[in-house]
Design a protein around this ligand. Structure first.
Ligand SMILES: NC(=O)C1=CN([C@@H]2O[C@H](COP(=O)(O)OP(=O)(O)OC[C@H]3O[C@@H](n4cnc5c(N)ncnc54)[C@H](OP(=O)(O)O)[C@@H]3O)[C@@H](O)[C@H]2O)C=CC1
Ligand SMILES: O=C(O)C1=N[C@H](C(=O)O)C[C@H](O)C1
Length: 243
């Protein structure tokens, strides 16, 4: 089925990649929304909306889509815990696919990290390292936070156990803490590594993205999947039939 898609953040790096992926999949870009454009008119003209813009924009996208009964795919990252809690309530009112990373490879990585975190005891200390281009506005990346959940949940840990960088007299590393480290520079599309280190050996699981097309294709596939679904919040695993 050919869909009409509204892209929010259309002039951005991802917005442009999504326009290409939309045409490639045989769908049509019905509206391109950027700062100062009419969001409601854009969403009204489409069967589904794909938002890759900025964290402060997500609330109005979710509210407008819910009011108009249109499905949403959201790839925007950088929301605070407070923003996220509020957004989850609004997102549940319409079919919403929300993920910090729409690539198949990263979602496989999350699965593998969950298994490793479960199999390896806490002696295998987990640290997460991500690197992105110098224009990225948020840290840690949304993907790093997905990977953090993949470590925390099987180990019975929570977000209070995340340790964002280290500086000064830090004391010895505790068993529970999960280190989060963000590198920025150049044109890196997105690298993520989860390291499990014990005395004598370490296991490293890595994904490297070299093209934004992988995220864009995943988002367009999620948009096609979302049309006609019951209101609710879905992840990429549901889209891929893995949940
Ligand atoms: N989930 C995933 O798979 C992926 C997620 N991302 C995330 O997607 C988001 C966008 O990334 P990227 O494309 O690189 O960033 P860019 O900065 O290139 O693009 C963001 C776009 O959003 C626009 N924008 C800002 N405010 C508004 C507004 N009020 N209404 C409509 N548009 C607005 C910006 O316009 P202006 O420049 O005028 O401010 C810009 O064109 C980030 O949060 C990033 O982390 C990125 C890749 C993959
Ligand atoms: O801003 C980016 O570029 C990316 N953002 C997403 C994130 O925050 O994880 C996904 C990808 O790594 C690229």
């Amino acid at each position: 089925m050919s869909l009409k898609i509204c892209i929010v953040g259309a002039k951005g790096r991802m917005g442009q990649a999504i326009a290409e992926a939309t045409e490639e999949a045989g769908h049509t870009v019905a509206a391109k929304v950027d700062q100062g454009d009419d969001l409601r008119a854009g969403i009204e003209a489409a069967d589904a909306v794909i938002d890759f813009s900025y964290h402060t924009v997500t609330e109005s996208v979710f509210r407008t889509a819910a009011e108009l009964g249109k499905p949403v795919v959201c790839g925007t990252t950088g929301h605070s815990q407070e923003e996220r809690a509020k957004l989850l309530e609004i997102a549940a009112q319409t079919p919403t696919v929300w993920a910090g990373n729409f690539s198949i490879g990263v979602n496989l990585l999350c699965y593998l990290v969950e298994k490793a975190a479960d199999i390896l005891p806490l002696d295998y200390n987990a640290e997460i390292v991500e690197m992105h281009h110098r224009l990225k506005k948020d840290a840690p990346s949304g993907t790093a936070l997905m990977l953090a959940d993949s470590v925390l949940e099987p180990r019975g840990l929570n977000h209070d156990d995340l340790r964002h960088g280290r500086e000064g007299i830090t004391g010895e590393r505790t068993q529970r803490e999960v280190g989060m480290h963000s590198l920025r520079g150049g044109d890196v599309v997105g690298d993520h590594t989860v390291i499990f280190s014990d005395v004598g050996e370490r296991v490293e699981l890595t994904h490297k993205a070299s093209s934004r097309a992988i995220f864009a294709r995943g988002a367009v596939r999620a948009a096609a999947w979302s049309v006609g679904k019951e209101p609710g919040i879905y992840g990429i695993r549901e889209v891929l039939g893995l949940a």
